[in-house]
Design a protein around this ligand. Structure first.
Ligand code: ZN
Length: 358
């Protein structure tokens, strides 16, 4: 008799065991695949969100640069003379770009002759026809007669402050007796003003950044840029008693949002005596997926792989950048061990800027 026999129970136990294995395996595969897909989907969503954030954050778009001809034509169409354009390029680009520009201007003089309105140039004593040069008569700085270049020096710069994170960074800098540079967005409250004052009183440099930091508005025209710059300047001056001499463009001097106006904006800011600084090392801490490790590695690898031993390092001290704060001390320790000095920017430090001429 099979039912109830030893053989029956053997088979029964085997069937149950095999059954359980089958169910367990099915569940593992089914839920594993489902979970895997979900993780992948989440990753894609996060990546897409990060990409969107990165795009809005401080990024330079190499292929968005103007060609020399585009750049030149635009300046000429705005009323700048050939001499204006050449002297501007010499002052801001120097070296081979200036030589190239000189050759280019000489070779194309006839072609562009009609575009120049000699009587409207503002740098050769002519009456001013570019209206924005008349705006904000107090928005001027004293340009230095020459720049200096220190060796093996790191310039730590913090954008978008002030916030509570600024205070923590101040403590770290004080501990290591380091001066840095804060490109401030400012703020109208007494609290933010008191932080700005602390930064200035501690001997750090405060530069102009952008009080609104709304790229579309700031870069809508030269006029709207100057309005934002003037508001930021006044905010810093009121809070600290210091008239800022240097600046950093929101998003850097060349970015997704200012392609149509950056030559004129840079020319106007430079004409007013301000010195602007981009960066050659970025902590990439403006993106939402930045971690302690990514920021630390970006800064140290960036400095070590630099072609020069001068590094202007971009970091942020806005309220949501606490992760950055946690990296600053370790970055300082590592760089000190490597023999780097730290210094604040001032307008005599030779700028590091994105080249805007191809
Ligand atoms: Zn910024």
């Amino acid at each position: 008799m099979y039912f109830g026999s030893v053989k029956f129970f053997k088979h029964l136990i085997c069937s149950v065991v095999i059954g359980w294995f089958a169910v367990a395996t099915f569940c593992a595969v089914f839920f594993g695949v489902k979970y895997g897909l979900e993780v992948k989907k989440n990753k894609e969503l996060t990546a897409a969100a990060s990409a969107e954030v990165s795009e809005k954050e401080d990024t330079i778009v190499e292929n968005e640069k103007l060609s020399m001809e585009e750049y030149y034509l635009r300046m000429a169409a705005d009323g700048y003379t050939a001499d204006d354009i050449l002297s501007f390029i010499s002052r801001t680009e120097g070296g081979t770009a200036a030589e190239f520009a000189a050759d280019y201007i000489e070779a194309n003089k006839d072609k562009f002759a009609d575009m120049f309105r000699e009587d409207t140039a503002f740098t050769n004593g002519g009456s001013t026809a570019i209206e924005y040069t008349e705006l904000y008569p107090d928005l001027y700085a004293e340009a230095p007669s020459e720049f200096t270049e220190a060796e093996k020096t790191v310039y730590l710069t913090f954008d978008d402050g002030p916030s509570e994170n600024t205070l923590m960074i101040l403590d770290i800098l004080e501990k290591y007796d380091i001066k840095a540079t804060f490109f401030m967005s400012g703020g109208e409250s007494d609290y933010t003003k008191s932080i700005m004052k602390k930064v200035a009183d501690a001997g750090h440099t405060i530069g102009i950044h952008s009080i609104s930091h709304e790229y579309e508005t700031v870069y809508a025209s030269v006029e709207s840029f100057l309005e934002d710059m003037n508001n930021t300047y006044n905010c810093i001056y009121e809070a600290t008693g210091v008239k800022p001499q240097i600046m950093r463009f929101p998003g850097g001097s060349i970015n997704n949002y200012n392609r149509l106006v950056y030559p004129q904006i840079i020319a106007e800011v430079t004409r007013r005596g301000f010195v602007y600084y981009d960066w050659n090392v970025s902590g990439e801490d403006a993106t939402s997926h930045a971690t302690w490790t990514s920021i630390y590695n970006n800064v140290l690898d960036g400095i070590k792989s630099n072609s020069t031993d001068r590094a202007i390092v971009l970091l942020h001290d806005s309220g949501d950048k606490y992760t950055t704060v946690t990296t600053v001390e370790d970055i300082i320790i590592a760089l000190k061990e490597d023999g780097y000095s730290f210094a604040p920017l001032d307008n005599t430090v030779k700028p590091i800027t994105f080249s805007y001429v191809d």
